[in-house]
Each structure stands twice: as structure tokens, then as C-alpha cells.
Design a protein around this ligand. Structure first.
Ligand SMILES: [Zn+2]
Length: 144
């Protein structure tokens, strides 16, 4: 089921997050990972929030994750789903879930992240719902 288009304001960028947005414009999702303690973190920042090390690096995320929590906004002209998704890399990100039945979203359900909307020179991420094995199989065939 296609989600109707909704206008979303452009995200703010700064020098610390510039590589994140440049990669996003190329369709890649980056997360920061600490070289010292090995933990990934989000939002992107130069100092590891777990151990305080300044030895962090960018890694490309798989884009696969599960719904940690979500809320469906219905008192608006175009209903939409906001969610926190935990990526396989261990970080959680806020996102919109699109192209699925909003009533089918479940905590623990699978999602596949994709860069699908563009604001001028910036790109944001949306997640596609993979809430059932059948839906997942169908989607994987579409993108393969
Ligand atoms: Zn660390």
C-alpha cells in the first residue's frame, strides 16, 4: 500500500554531520562507530558517548532493523507513522514508515531503510515496513 506524500521540513546540517548527509545524498546510510570501544552511536558526533574517545569512524549501515516503538498520526490531513527503529548495528533512529498498511506496523516488526525523499540538496531516510515474512519476501524480490 503506497503512503500518500507528506511535506517534511529539511533537516539541519553542520560540519560534524556533513559526511552523513553527503552519503545520504548517494543513498548510503552511515553511522558512527567508536574505534576504541567498538560501539556504534547515533546521532553522528566526533566524541564517543560511551567511552569519551575521539577515535570514531563512519561505517555504512545495513539498513535493516526492527521497530522499537511507533505512533500513527491520524489527526492530520495525511496520516503517517513515526517510529524509532533499531538498526542491526545497534543504534536507534527516528524515522517515518512508508509504503505499508499503517495498522500493520508492530513493535518488533522488520523494516528496510531506504533514502527516498529529497529536499533540494539534502536527502532524508524513510523505512519500508517488513512486518510479515510474506511482505519481506515480496519486498526483497522488488529490490534485488
Ligand atoms: Zn567508545
Amino acid at each position: 500500500m503506497a503512503t500518500p506524500e507528506r511535506k517534511i521540513p529539511a533537516p539541519e546540517t553542520n560540519p560534524e554531520t556533513k559526511p552523513f548527509w553527503e552519503a545520504a545524498a548517494q543513498g548510503r546510510l552511515l553511522v558512527k562507530k567508536c574505534v576504541t570501544c567498538g560501539q556504534a552511536h547515533f546521532y553522528p558526533r566526533a566524541i564517543c558517548p560511551f567511552c569519551g574517545s575521539d577515535k570514531t569512524e563512519w561505517v555504512t549501515a545495513s539498513g535493516r532493523g526492527t521497530v522499537y516503538s511507533y505512533s500513527v498520526m491520524r489527526r492530520v490531513p495525511v496520516p503517517y507513522a513515526l517510529a524509532y527503529v533499531t538498526l542491526e548495528e545497534g543504534v536507534s533512529m527516528m524515522t517515518n514508515i512508508v509504503d505499508c498498511d499503517l495498522d500493520a506496523i508492530r513493535i518488533g516488526g522488520g523494516v528496510r531503510r531506504q533514502a527516498v525523499y529529497i529536499f533540494g540538496d539534502r536527502v532524508g531516510f524513510l523505512d519500508r515496513c517488513l512486518d510479515s515474512v510474506l511482505a519481506k519476501a515480496n519486498f526483497l524480490r522488488q529490490v534485488a
